[in-house]
Ligand binder design. Structure first.
Ligand code: SF4
Ligand code: SF4
Length: 325
């Protein structure tokens, strides 16, 4: 056991689905534990941060980090794991791009606290108590991590070696990463461990996409009985396949749900939402500008559609990025 290479798995600001995806490797997890000595995995085993602090620098071969960075504890742990690890993998959409938690960047910290601790219909808080970073109780000081005004993807906080997108990443790609780490056959630093091209290139429905797409009306998926064989866009249903990296196994498409973009942008694209918007604008059909405007106004919640997983790494509100409250 002592001679096995060490691996850490850690969860920051996310839903836990990425940890679940690792557990879902089923018997594959035994290959991981055969090859690696897991030294941190808070969701599954009882390790303490001071065990990691006591290690030599680079003693951990691979740290797999999921979730976004939302508070000072996430940031401290990110720096600690970076220091102690040869390789850091940003695992899942939240770590890679900020993920769905990144959509909170559209609100201020004050708005979020006010809603969560005071205005939300299920909350009873007549004194409007809001969590504090420091509280005195019976002469003792209790502390909580500082809640940052923004959500950050992992690479805004530490140097990241590899990225594995998805919400959560699919088992075959997880297994490829673990196998590469076991064999030492790793791609160049900075690689995203998924195909470079768009989901449409892998999608069975691509052959039903007309040469020239023309959208005269948008439908939300729950409003129509979507044809399970036909390209969603050809049915006027927003599908982010043209702007999203492939490799997910088309899991959503196969159950007749359009792509929402959890694999992030295709190689070389910085702002996924803008890329998709420009593609979409070119296929909206209308004789006059007014008609085209009417069609585009049918898109309810454009940020939710186009930036669902990438708000925190997009160009939106970049000027205001700060960790200070
Ligand atoms: S990427 Fe998806 S599954 Fe993973 S932590 Fe974020 S929200 Fe959960
Ligand atoms: S737009 Fe969606 S449904 Fe159409 S080919 Fe691309 S991924 Fe498939």
């Amino acid at each position: 056991m002592a001679n096995k290479p060490k691996m850490a798995i850690c969860w920051f600001g996310g839903c836990g689905g990425c940890d679940e995806a690792i557990v879902d490797l089923n018997e594959g997890i035994l290959k991981v534990t055969d090859a690696f000595d897991i030294v941190l995995w808070p969701v599954a085993m009882d390790f303490k941060y001071h065990h990691i602090e006591a290690m030599k620098d680079n003693e951990i071969v691979l740290s797999i980090i999921n979730g976004s960075v939302r508070n000072s504890e996430h940031e401290e742990l990110a720096h600690l794991l970076r220091k102690k690890s040869q390789y850091v993998l940003a695992f899942g959409a939240c770590a890679c791009f900020g993920g769905t938690p990144g959509m909170a960047n559209l609100r201020s910290k004050e708005d979020i606290f006010q809603w969560v601790y005071s205005e939300s219909p299920t909350v009873v808080n007549p004194k409007n108590n809001i969590p504090q970073e420091k509280t005195k109780v019976n002469g003792n000081e209790l502390t909580l991590p500082a809640f940052y005004p923004q959500v950050f993807p992992l690479n805004k906080i530490i140097d990241v070696d590899y990225y594995l997108p998805g919400c959560p990443p699919p088992p075959d790609l997880i297994y490829n990463v673990v196998s590469a780490a076991i064999s030492g056959d790793l791609p160049p630093k900075g690689s995203t461990l998924a195909p470079m091209t768009a989901l449409c290139d892998f999608c069975e429905r691509n052959k039903t996409k007309p040469e020239r797409l023309q959208i005269t009306m948008f439908h939300r998926i729950h409003e129509v009985q979507a044809d399970p064989e036909k390209c969603f866009l050809a049915q006027g249903i927003i599908c982010l396949g043209p702007a999203t990296r492939g490799g997910c196994g088309e899991a959503c498409i196969k159950i007749n749900i359009p792509c929402r973009g959890c694999f992030g942008p295709v190689e070389g694209v910085k702002d996924m939402g803008t890329k998709y918007l420009s593609a979409l604008a070119s296929i909206i059909e209308g004789k006059t500008e007014e008609e085209r405007k009417c069609v585009s106004e049918e898109v309810i919640d454009p940020v939710g559609y186009f930036y669902r997983f990438t708000t925190a790494s997009s160009l939106l509100k970049k000027k205001r990025e700060t960790k200070k409250a």
